[in-house]
Design a protein around this ligand. Sequence first.
Ligand SMILES: [Zn+2]
Length: 458
Amino acid sequence: MKRCDLILRSDRVVLEDTVQALAIGIEGGRIAFLAAKSLGAEADRDIDFGDRYIFPGAVDPHVHFKEPGPNTHREDWESGTRQAAAGGVTTVIEMPLSIPLTVNRPAFEAKMDIAAGKAHVDFALWAGMNAFAEGHYRELGDLGAVAYKVFLSTDPDSPRLGDYDFLRALREVASFGGLVGVHAENYDIIDNYCEKFRKENRGDGRAHLDSRPDVAEMEAVQRALLFARETGARMHICHLSSAKTADVMRFHRGRGADFTVETCHSYLTLDDSDLDRCGTRAKCNPPIRDKANREALWEMIMDGDIQMVASDHSPYVDADRELPLWESPPGLSGVDLAFPLMLDEGLNRRGLPAEELAGLISTNAARRFGLYPQKGVIAVGSDADLAVVDPDAEWAWSWRLSLGKSREKATPFEGRTIRGRILETYVRGVKVYDGLKNEVLARPGFGAFVRPVRNEDG
Ligand SMILES: [Zn+2]
């Protein structure tokens, strides 16, 4: 008879291309065996979840936790990963925009130390690609950075790169096979529209959308992919919001560009009416667009043109939202919402198969960022990172449920009914979140740094 620390059983265990009734045997934090659900086995604990799903824990490739730096009143590693655990997220990949920017060895190591002392779930780190990072790319890769983030748009937190410097940086990172993540919006179009609307005293939520038209994103995606092809760089398009980019992407994919595409739950579940309703509280870059665009993004998901759904979690406090539109910082909280909203809108409303949903919220990111098969999959030898999900439970989101720090009171998601709920989250075989009590059980510092390994995709 088999023996192990923990057995989790379910009629619906989500594997890479199928859903099966299985017993998951866990030993030393890893998956020791997958067997028929009825397997006779001995374990210290043995739990049968019946027809609740067991998904691989989500791997969120795009979060901003603001620490270190002056903005930890909005979020920090402790609160951010607490919120992640509540959202079924077992690995976060954090962006390099904390202060100091994650652009060299001291900054990278300092952040790694802080996160290692505070995180409730496992974590990997992005590095920056900008003027300050020049000369440090290989060193950052050797330290374990999964990818390099570049801004083609003007951003309050990170200097953008011009075309000449972008091209040079791509060549350098391509020389050692690194991955480059792009914020793809054309700064010149946007900055001038912002200036014009500011002078016209427009401050409505829709002015934000009007200042960042589809063509600004289409042009930047097109340029980035052209540069990727020309340099051989591996690329990742962050937070795609405009479905009009689909043609451009197919053109370059058909000609050998190596890239993946991420969108966010907000672009898949909100639309421009939320800009009218919520104003600055729905401000994010790139912007929330109209309903037809939202539907077209879903088509891109179903067609495989978009491979990942990230949260782009970047919370602000109520005081930030009370600033005028042009001064209010861009970003939405949501590391705890991406997975439940994909259950609601993808699995339940649009018939997205569970195994494809697992790809979008976990496996594909783990593969692209070099964390697979340690992360992102329910397979023998992988870390036992799991989310137990009740697909039918209906609940209403409220800031009162948030385990994060900002607890902003009137996000566009306030009061939204969601069908599909995270019941329990496990990291390396340890239950870190109890959904019935909405309580994080892991101590700060339980979360561990994850280094990328090179694999067939990485
Ligand atoms: Zn971001």
